[in-house]
Design a protein around this ligand. Structure first.
Ligand code: ZN
Length: 268
């Protein structure tokens, strides 16, 4: 049987999603549907918006996420924001397949991240995983640019998270930053912030002195607070450096500072 592009069947008196039409952009779930299938939605790939008809007993929408009333985020879209009110306990299998943002923050209260939940996202560069997470199942498979994980617990707690065999099979080399005991330590998570020039790197802490591989900006937090001041480490203000960076990207959309340094044997 089929309604709104959803194929379904009825089994033991329950109505269950089986498949979706190719190219479906709006997923309109009727009130009588008892069970939707997050993996089917993830693999369908093109859903941009979710609607649940009033009276559906099991599902609701928040911040363009499809969520079950027992706390599983079933599916999201590229502009979805995972609710931070503690209602989401689990990110379902393939919930964000091909759809993650550049920097991903998993909210506190989430306990498990399902199989391939954020897999195959080329634009995902960093992820924050809260201490509440105890299980991750190949969630970041084939995320080729994911290089930094910030974990809200201690190193020991990170080691004890159940991870299947790896959180990012076939992905990039991962650096995992855990919360330090001492506040203000540069590799704690408290000062983590995105590169103010290109937005592609998450610096692990205030004044980490790390250099962004994409644009070459050296982390220099005082000068980010006062954008008109010239940064000693970089020789330019944030605004000047940003202008230069975007000019380079305009000339070459694949511009990468680190690759250029390696080619020329020195920083320009
Ligand atoms: Zn940068």
């Amino acid at each position: 049987m089929k309604i709104n592009g959803i194929s379904y069947w009825v089994k033991d008196g329950k109505c269950e999603m089986l498949n979706l039409d190719d190219g479906l952009k709006i997923l309109h779930i009727p009130a009588f549907m008892d069970k939707v299938n997050g993996e089917v939605i993830g693999l369908c790939g093109g859903v941009e918006k979710f609607i649940v008809e009033d009276g559906n007993p099991n599902y609701y929408i928040k911040d363009n996420c499809l969520i079950s009333k027992d706390g599983e985020l079933i599916a999201g879209a590229a502009d979805s924001v995972i609710p931070t009110d503690g209602s989401v306990k689990r990110i379902g299998n393939m919930a964000f397949l091909h759809k993650a943002p550049m920097h991903l923050v998993i909210p506190d209260g989430v306990k498990s991240i399902g199989y391939r939940a954020f897999a195959e996202n080329e634009n995902l560069h960093s992820v924050y995983i809260p201490e509440s997470v105890g299980e991750i199942s190949c969630a970041f498979e084939r995320c080729n640019n994911l290089t930094a994980v910030f974990f809200g617990g201690s190193r020991e707690e990170w080691e004890s998270v159940m991870k299947g065999h790896k959180v990012n099979p076939f992905g990039a080399e991962l650096e995992v930053y855990c919360k330090t005991e001492k506040e203000g330590e540069s590799y704690g998570i408290d000062g983590r912030h995105v590169c103010p020039i290109c937005g592609k790197t998450m610096f692990p802490g205030n004044n980490s002195c790390d250099i962004c591989m994409f644009c070459g900006w050296e982390d220099d937090v005082d000068y980010e607070r006062f954008p008109d001041m010239e940064s000693c480490a970089n020789g330019y203000t944030v605004a000047e450096y940003r202008k230069m960076y975007f000019e380079r990207v305009k000339e070459n959309p694949n511009y990468n500072w680190w690759a250029e340094v390696n080619e020329q044997g020195g920083r320009k």
